[in-house]
Design a protein around this ligand. Structure first.
Ligand code: HEM
Length: 488
């Protein structure tokens, strides 16, 4: 490990005064009680008590690195985003990888989606793409997210993740069948963060100078090759080296082996969305490549480790609502919920001035708002006026929205998704199953059956299996037999 030895002056208090003794507290006589006047002791104990901040409610466990994004294709006919404006253009990035369900100290080598949260420090402000290593997700409406995560986390009574809760929810949420098939397949436990793909997962909007809108999906294809762990390999590694993924990323970068990803997008002209064969804003589905072939647009490289994990990784914040001109949201119901959830989490977890921290603030421009004060305000605005409009030369609105408006019709209401010919929760799960080799299918069935067999009630197991049968008859049949063999 790279360690720097520094020339320093004496140890000091937080106020900078020299500390005389850091081994012995000040006492009232030899063997006597400790004195309140030993402020360096009291300050040390008090600071220590406040070292932790709330961990992320999901994706608590993670590792991050800085790097560079380089444009490799001309995409100006699709987006006016400045950082994508020229082939060869480079933008600094910070990427945080994570697992989802585990707490802060949990093991890396587990079956769980991996977070792939990418911050581009662009000249138009920070653009965050907060994705996963899976192109789809378990649910398609944000209103179900807290319930879903409750089933993945610790049960209120047992304090552990419970198979009953997981399979009860998935069985009653057939839209999860595609993602669950993905998760229990070979890619469910990546060998390292370097050997997996990343996906923006949602559909986002790009818009060009002429005001035309496109729907896009992002793909980050690992150049290291995909490498996964089997359930047995993962269980062993998680026990022997809980920090395996974090260590792998850090040491690879220290060795100068900078991981890279080839960045691709799928692009749908906005007018094609309404008549597409399924709802293109449904996060439980991929866009088949034959419909919208991926186009290569860039290269992502990670090449610098953070110096301080707490400051730069734990306190880093990413929000799907951080857009830049030329990029915006889609009407995906999950994404719409996320646009609220992250900023709210940051204000709770790191504080109202979280975006002042070096890792979070813009690097290629500066934030010019009229927001002021609050805990840990850094005084960045000096004496500048704090209102707008003003006649003192303060920053003013541009009048140009970041993204294009979308046409709408109809009534408000808690609607189900619009119906397209193939709006069905099982087609793509079945396609994924049928794509698998015989060996892969066997491992998938074993992984699923081992977990489903742990539920306490037959009806929960049956409902869960029924979803896989809907996806593919053979899938359901084999799973049922495997679960029965284990449950006896
Ligand atoms: C983290 C909410 C769906 C990827 C988080 C956090 C919240 C959250 C509150 C913690 C943020 C923080 O404390 O900094 C939600 C909600 C969702 C949702 C309400 C659904 C409506 C998704 C989806 C993806 C995703 C679909 C991926 C496609 C991530 C990642 C992180 C995260 C990568 C970690 C970010 C980091 O490294 O700091 N999510 N999430 N989430 N979420 Fe979501």
């Amino acid at each position: 490990m790279h360690v720097t030895v520094q020339e320093t002056g004496p140890l000091t208090t937080e106020a900078g005064a020299p500390v005389a003794d850091n081994q012995n507290s000040e006492q009232a006589g030899i063997g006597g009680p400790v004195l309140v006047q030993d402020q360096s002791l009291l300050e040390k104990l008090a600071h220590f008590n406040r070292e932790r901040i709330p961990e992320r409610i999901v994706h608590a466990r993670g590792a991050g690195a800085y790097g560079t994004f380089t444009v490799t294709a001309d995409v100006t006919k699709y987006t006016r985003a400045e950082f994508l404006s020229e082939v060869g253009k480079q933008t600094e990035v910070f990427l945080r990888f994570s697992t989802v369900a585990g707490n802060l100290g949990s093991a890396d080598a587990v079956r769980d989606p991996r977070g792939f949260a990418l911050k581009f420090y662009t000249e138009d402000g920070n653009y965050d793409l907060v994705g996963n290593n899976t192109p789809v997700f378990f649910i398609k409406d944000a209103i179900k997210f807290p319930d879903f995560i409750h089933t993945q986390k610790r049960d209120p009574y047992s304090g552990s993740q419970e198979a009953d809760n997981v399979w009860d929810f998935w069985g009653l949420s057939p839209e999860s069948t595609h993602q669950v098939t993905w998760l229990f397949g070979d890619r469910g436990i990546p060998a390292t963060y370097r050997h997996m793909n990343g996906y923006g997962s949602h559909t986002y909007q790009w818009n060009n100078e002429a005001g035309e809108a496109f729907w896009v999906k992002y793909h980050f294809k690992t150049d290291q090759g995909i490498k996964n762990l089997t359930a047995e390999e993962a269980a062993k590694l998680a026990g022997e080296d809980p920090d395996s993924h974090q260590r792998d990323l850090r040491t690879a970068i220290e060795r100068g082996e900078f991981p890279t990803w080839t960045v691709q997008v799928q692009i749908m002209p906005a007018a094609e969305a309404a008549d597409y064969r399924f709802n293109p804003f449904d996060l439980t589905k991929v866009w088949p490549h034959e419909d919208y072939p991926p186009i290569e647009i860039g290269k992502l490289e990670l090449n610098r480790n953070p110096e301080n994990i707490f400051a730069e990784v734990e306190q880093s914040i990413f929000s799907p609502a951080h857009f830049v001109p030329g990029i915006g949201p889609s009407p995906d119901k999950m994404l719409q919920g996320r646009l609220f959830a992250y900023g709210d989490a940051h204000r709770y977890r790191v504080g109202i001035n979280a975006d002042h921290l070096p890792v979070n603030r813009p690097h290629a421009t500066e934030a010019r708002t009229n927001s002021r004060d609050g805990f840990l305000y850094d005084g960045r605005h000096g004496r500048a006026k704090n209102y707008e409009p003003n006649s003192f030369g303060g920053p003013a609105q541009t009048g140009r929205p970041l993204w294009q408006p979308i046409p709408l019709a109809g009534r408000t209401g808690a609607h189900e998704a619009p119906s397209h010919t193939e709006d069905n929760d099982f087609v793509q799960a079945g396609n994924l199953y049928r794509l698998m080799s015989e060996d892969e299918k066997t491992r998938l069935i074993d992984n699923l059956a081992g977990f489903i067999a742990q539920v306490s009630r037959d009806d929960i197991a049956e409902r869960a299996i029924e979803n896989f049968r809907q996806a593919d008859e053979d899938y359901g049949k084999r799973l049922e037999a495997a679960v029965q063999a284990l449950r006896g």
